[in-house]
Design a protein around this ligand. Structure first.
Ligand code: AMP
Length: 282
């Protein structure tokens, strides 16, 4: 198992692999790895000769200092988990300086409007940070395929757009959401939930499942009101947003149209911990 902090060590390994015509699967993460991340890594192992996993808590995608400071950092445990899957994985765990040098700033991207919906509305500058770090990481790692979870469905669309804009040859692969038995989507932030918050959290996915059931027969307005009612008077969970949006451009809708794919998106606060989830509706 190789663990590198320096970009020059990764570029050196990548140059050798490319000479040998090896395919590289890349899984970018912020660490505190869980089974959702590992499912991405397992898929990457199956589909490529070599897998590189980055562990980097990217400061430029955080609009909330509390969230950045308290983001769990567990590199040794992450490496131990990955080495159980394969000892051939290369881990890239750089410092912020290694990625950004002395200028820690984001590129100002135009992702065609997707960046202004939902997460973009509530996390100002978030997708510029995501786009910037992935541009740098893709350049260093030079992957054949890169793997992203549908848990961050909006991010997945942004990454597809980024690759188009930057004319990068990497193939972007979306992977299904991995959940607790209770339905709670796995997230590194779940580690910060207290017992009461954890117990309350299955309501998020239960709500999405009910929305999926009702979508064919009830109006969007009725569903929106029903969802908002589910979180009213809840001591542990506070709804930040719920939206039904077109899967293609993530624009929220008031009325359904024929032959269009829709998804429901939700963001909820448990205390200071922000949890997101989404579901396909048709
Ligand atoms: P993060 O470390 O949260 O930045 O996530 C790294 C990658 O893992 C992203 O592509 C996420 O969408 C993906 N991911 C995180 N949680 C899950 C999950 N529960 N199921 C599937 N993919 C996930």
């Amino acid at each position: 198992m190789q663990v590198h902090e320096k970009r020059r060590d990764i570029t050196a390994s990548v140059a050798i692999l490319k000479k040998q015509n090896k395919t590289i699967g890349f899984v970018p993460t912020m660490g505190a790895l869980h089974k959702g991340h590992l499912a991405l890594v397992e898929k990457a192992i199956k589909e490529n000769h070599i897998v590189i996993v980055s562990v980097f808590v990217n400061p430029t995608q955080f609009n909330n200092t509390d969230d950045l400071v308290n983001y769990p950092k567990t590199l040794d445990a992450d490496v131990a988990l990955l080495s159980k899957l394969s000892t051939d994985i290369i881990v890239f765990a750089p410092t912020a300086k290694e990625i950004y040098g002395d200028q820690m700033s984001s590129i100002d991207y135009d992702f065609g409007g997707i960046e202004n919906e939902m997460e973009g509305k509530f996390r100002s500058g978030h997708f510029d940070g995501v786009g910037t770090v992935l541009k740098y990481l893709f350049t260093i790692v030079s992957p054949t395929k890169a793997y992203f979870g549908e848990k961050d469905f909006q991010q997945l669309q942004i990454v597809k757009k980024l690759v188009e804009i930057e004319k990068m040859s990497v193939q972007i692969i979306g992977c299904p959401i991995y959940r607790e038995e209770s339905g709670l989507a796995l997230s590194s932030r779940n580690k910060r939930l207290n017992a009461e918050q954890f117990e309350a959290s299955p309501l998020i996915f239960k709500t999405l499942q009910q929305v999926q059931k009702d979508f064919g027969t009830k109006s969007v307005t009725t569903i929106n009101k029903w969802v908002s009612d589910q979180f009213k008077n809840n001591n542990e969970l506070e709804l930040e947003y719920f939206e039904i949006a077109k899967a293609s451009d993530l624009k929220s809708i008031k009325r359904k149209q024929k032959d269009t794919k829709y998804r429901a998106f939700i963001a909820v606060f448990a205390g200071k911990i922000r949890l997101i989830d989404n579901i396909a509706l048709n």
